[in-house]
Design a protein. Structure first.
Lengths: 402, 402
């Protein structure tokens, strides 16, 4: 069998899939042709390495190396992207997992515990609005009966999108029975490692975070003839809320973002009847997050009173604080003297950790901190350092049976 | 020949066409099936009255009663709507024109001058962003070579939309050679007539108005991990601009509205890279309008500097002040002791007036002033008063050959 492609070769294979010619960013939404292509690519990579891949009824994938009847170590990440996202968020963890297997084999390591490589679907929630949907369904954090009613922007039900991609959830979902430990490698999405001068780090915790839908309702009217003082314009209520959210988060060192909007009727010469805006908020503790969102909602409600508009706020998903297994992080950090840092981003690792699986995350330095953007980047040398670090971590974790 | 349907019967025929079951509003965008249905309805109405309708290569329509070789009087309006608009804006003028012909015939009037009923396409600019597109093309205010490159929200070229509707602009456009005077009846889009206790009024002038596209560019980034102080978020620049535009217009008694937005990538967990917002602005003079827009642009630019974003402003359409023929307005107002009032809304009447055709407008009272909204309304009694007033106006104008 020829040698499998090395990390840089795999990276070149992934580069064109789902890429926008105009922005250079990626549109790898789940259950689309781009994702189907990525799923095939992953299956081929596993086959090239002599590993049989299982694809579950949703599109989650796993390939196991070794079949000893002891708890295994799963590593991996996701292949989907946000809308117009970067190349690294997700795929770096998958390609690094494959490359780490090659490193272990080159080192002559035979894991005493089974080593699995996994890919979870719809991590970003970019299509159905529910982040980490694949891992949530696999762990039972979300049920299929609840999820199948989700709709994408075009009104397509999740159940139909999955069926259209040739998948069938009634065939069953990935089993985590063999997973004793989970390790996810990910590009850093901030600049902590830059500030610390480290190519690689480990995660201590994930900030609590969530998404809230704000529906601002007013009265549609003619943009020319309606006197300013006769209007009930929900765009104004929204605009003040967006500024207030930013200010509130800035003052408290937290995060609040309105990055997604839908306006009705969205006509140039009509005062809108409805502005729907989605708040992404994150804070260092569950209490701080609740207080942040309550403060934004309170300011929005006060302004709605002055504008003669109304406000309804719906929590679409809220994830509590996740502290990764501190003993595990300390043990692994010692392997490379790597810093242990928090993150504000949600990950499948957070879902598996919350489900009681000892979990660790390996971060690779991001020179600008930019992520969820075509400008997202990691230096090739840092990516290779990440592969070596992941191999060290996996060697440690699979080194001896329990 | 049976009697043609009366005004209320015509109104019931129009009621379901292009209506949204959920909002109750109308989606009668040009060159769609709803508009094709309305065009057929108009042709049938003309046929029922023994009038032959001509449809030009764009879909503009006209039917003439009488063929004397003297300057004629054209009356009519449009049948398209804004997105989720009301029933009255446009169709009231067309149905009233047809009903006024019936009134004149009932009165035994035979016009000494030809009397035409016309319908202009894409008055609202709701699909291709150019208001009064039909009348602009007919008068030469816009050329086909320029217009055919316009695209709708789905990227469809105007030329293709027109061809898909079975029309062919190379067949030629409506001729205005026979039009000595134009009269448009329209629902009022404010509350001037309510305040004056009058069911009917005439127009003195149209305020100058226009549409400007504001492109706010920033840098896409992760909504969770990017510190607030590291962002270049164009949503904030936009939000401040929307509030500033409202305040500026409120203080000066003018109009400024941001009712249409497009956000990229429009993902909940991404700081946007681009917010495009359309400003609709109107003022009592050309200078006041220029000053209003300049002030909004200046405040937006200052904020962009503070946010680390950039701003580009493009004038998409600007219409100067239109004063309707004052002698004509005074002569017609005397027929019914009707008030003569200004309007802030653009109309095909403004385009024909600017092209040198003596033009008048008849307004029908709107009890709430609400327009461009499913809530737009006029009382049946006021609509019938409008028909009688229009018949009086047309009798006066067609009463004697030149």
């Amino acid at each position: 069998m020829p040698a499998p492609p090395d990390f840089e070769h795999m990276w070149r294979q992934l580069a064109p899939v789902g890429r926008s010619a105009s922005s250079g960013g990626y549109f790898r939404q789940p259950w689309t042709s781009a994702e189907t292509e990525l799923r095939s690519w992953f299956a081929e990579q596993c086959a090239t390495r002599g590993l049989a891949v299982e694809t579950d009824g949703l599109g989650n994938q796993v390939a196991w190396w070794g079949d000893a009847d002891v708890p295994g170590v799963l590593t991996g990440s996701h292949l989907d992207s946000v809308l117009d996202g970067g190349a690294y968020d997700g795929p770096l963890g998958v390609a690094s997992a494959l490359a780490a297997v090659d490193v272990l084999r080159d080192r002559g390591v035979t894991p005493a515990r089974p080593l699995g490589i996994g890919v979870f679907v719809e991590e970003e929630g970019s299509r159905f609005g529910r982040a980490c949907l694949g891992s949530r369904l696999v762990t039972g954090a979300t049920t299929w009966d609840e999820a199948k009613e989700l709709r994408d922007r075009d009104g397509v039900f999740l159940a139909d999108a999955v069926a259209d991609a040739g998948l069938d959830p009634s065939r069953g979902l990935l089993s985590l029975d063999r997973v004793g430990t989970f390790v996810e490698l990910h590009v850093e999405q901030g600049r902590d490692l830059v500030d610390r001068g480290a190519a690689v780090g480990l995660a201590s915790e994930i900030w609590p975070h969530g998404r809230w839908r704000f529906d601002f309702r007013g009265q549609a009217n003619h943009a020319g003839t309606t006197r300013m003082e006769d209007r009930h314009d929900p765009m104004l209520t929204y605009a003040m809320t967006a500024l207030a959210a930013n200010k509130q988060a800035r003052l408290s060192g937290e995060r609040a973002t309105f990055g997604r909007l839908a306006v009705e009727p969205n006509g140039t010469n009509a005062v809108p009847s409805l502005v729907t805006a989605w708040l992404d908020a994150r804070a260092s503790s569950d209490d701080a997050l609740a207080e942040l969102v309550a403060s934004i909602e309170r300011q929005a409600g006060d302004r709605a009173g002055r504008d003669g508009t109304s406000l309804a706020v719906t929590a679409e998903s809220v994830s509590g604080s996740v502290a990764f297994d501190p003993g595990l992080a300390a043990r692994l950090a010692a392997l490379g003297d790597w810093p242990v840092i928090p993150t504000q981003a949600g990950h499948d690792a957070g879902i598996l950790s919350a489900a009681g699986i000892p979990t660790a995350m390996v971060f690779v330095r991001n020179p600008t901190g930019v992520s969820h953007s075509p400008d997202e980047h990691a230096e090739a040398g840092d990516c290779l350092a990440g592969v070596e670090a992941l191999a060290d971590v996996l060697a440690e974790l699979t080194g001896a049976p329990a």
